[in-house]
Unconditional design. Structure first.
Length: 122
């Protein structure tokens, strides 16, 4: 019986560590950007609320990149050389929520007859 308090203390400590680890992973929100439709997107900067948070990179052969974000409203934008881009506003408020965005190529026809190549989120 003399080892019982020690085992109880170790079990309680392990439970606390487990809860901490679970809560730290479960509370993260993320954006997942799928960018197969734009070949030149690899290496493009991804901006969240005006700050660069990383680059679009292949995950194996899969043109998908994920970034962790805080909960709340955010403006997402990519910087791809040769293309203009529009920001996309998203809201995350649930622990572990994932927001999937598809980055696609689009041609915008301007009133003067010119065409503007765009990268847009869907």
């Amino acid at each position: 019986m003399s080892g019982y308090p020690l085992r109880l203390a170790i079990g309680a400590a392990l439970a606390i560590v487990g809860i901490f680890i679970w809560s730290s992973f479960a509370s993260k929100q993320k954006i997942v950007i799928h960018w197969a439709m734009i070949d030149q997107a690899e290496g493009a900067n991804v901006m969240v609320d005006g700050e660069v948070v990383g680059q679009l990179k292949l995950f194996g052969q899969n043109p998908t990149t994920a970034f962790e974000i805080e909960d709340g409203q955010h403006e997402i934008r990519v910087e791809i050389p040769g293309l203009k881009s529009e920001p996309k506003t998203i809201n995350t408020d649930a622990p572990g929520q994932s927001v999937d965005l598809w980055l696609e190529f689009e041609e915008r026809y301007n009133p003067d007859g010119t065409i503007t190549p765009m990268a847009v989120f869907r």
